[in-house]
Design a binder for this molecule. Structure first.
Ligand SMILES: C[S@@+](CC[C@H](N)C(=O)[O-])C[C@H]1O[C@@H](n2cnc3c(N)ncnc32)[C@H](O)[C@@H]1O
Length: 280
């Protein structure tokens, strides 16, 4: 077990994560993965067959969006606490949520049409997991691993053209987070490089990646809350030594909005997103 595995398994961390993350961001992420799936798996919007396996499903919001296209879905996570949260939300399609690890999938050979991993690949022992993907995917099945980093923040409805550009501030935050994650050898370093190192190490003939930009409209307060529920970011405290806090405060200063309620500052946050695709 790595030093950081506890980040999601402990009741306290899982509780904060599941309850405070942004539903708006999760919905957009779920839709983005579904769009990639439609593109490369040739599914139409009324496709409702096959079996989905969503690994590292957390509180299950994204699983529910993906499950709309499948006859049956299984959400797996190592955290009992997050699985319990996932089991409480209603879904229009049949989904089973259960505790399980990516490295030893509790399903039979050739049983999954699609495997998804959203914002979780960096926590998984990739070699063992890839062996499991080969075992459980049906011939013709596909695995999609999705993640990304914030790349741009602008005012969502306002005089955008005259508002100073926040791109250098975002770059500064990403660079600082990468530096800290690299120093700690924290799994988040692999998300901060958009899973590039993990991708290079995956042995799978014909593997490929799709790069997209996902736009999300949310309040600055929601963005702050969403980041602060990530255990790695929360560990860094709530002062400006935490690159996320520094970013939010710097954006407000840059836009001369220090005295405006963050809940009222509606932003468009762009994510540079990468989906790894493995077809069997
Ligand atoms: C950042 S969260 C993402 C949750 C969800 N996919 C989402 O995007 O909302 C990462 C999740 O991976 C789970 N996880 C970590 N290691 C895992 C493993 N080896 N097998 C299955 N799940 C794992 C964690 O418990 C956590 O819920």
């Amino acid at each position: 077990m790595s030093d950081f595995e506890d980040d999601f398994i402990t009741t306290a961390a899982a509780q904060v994560y599941g309850k405070s993350k942004s539903i708006a961001l999760d919905i957009r992420r779920g839709q983005a993965v579904r769009d990639v799936l439609k593109q490369c798996y040739n599914i139409s919007s009324d496709f409702k067959s096959g079996c989905l396996l969503d690994i590292g499903c957390g509180p299950g919001i994204i699983t529910r969006i993906l499950a709309e296209s499948f006859e049956q879905s299984l959400g797996l996570d190592v955290s009992q606490n997050l699985i319990s949260q996932a089991q409480t939300i209603a879904s229009p399609r049949p989904i089973t949520f259960k505790v399980g690890a990516a490295e030893s999938l509790p399903v039979t050979d050739s049983s999954a049409d699609v495997i998804t991993v959203v914002y979780a690949l960096h926590f998984i022992q990739c070699d063992q997991f890839i062996t499991e993907c080969k075992r459980v995917l049906k011939p013709g099945g596909i695995a999609l691993f999705h993640g990304g980093v914030i790349s741009k923040v602008s005012l969502s409805n306002g005089p955008q053209e005259i508002m100073p550009d926040t791109t250098p501030l975002i770059k500064d935050m990403n660079d600082k987070l990468k530096e800290i994650a690299n120093k700690l050898k924290h799994p988040e370093r692999h998300l901060l490089d958009c899973h590039e190192t993990l991708y290079n190490d995956i042995k799978w003939p014909g593997k490929r990646r799709i790069v997209t930009t996902i736009e999300n409209v949310l309040s600055l307060a929601e963005l702050r809350r969403h980041y602060m529920c990530i255990p790695f970011v929360r560990r860094l405290g709530d002062g400006e030594e935490n690159p996320l806090i520094k970013l939010v405060e710097s954006i407000k200063r840059l836009w001369s909005m220090e005295n405006v309620d963050e809940e009222q500052i509606e932003i468009c946050a762009c994510y540079h997103s990468v989906t790894i695709i493995l077809a069997k």
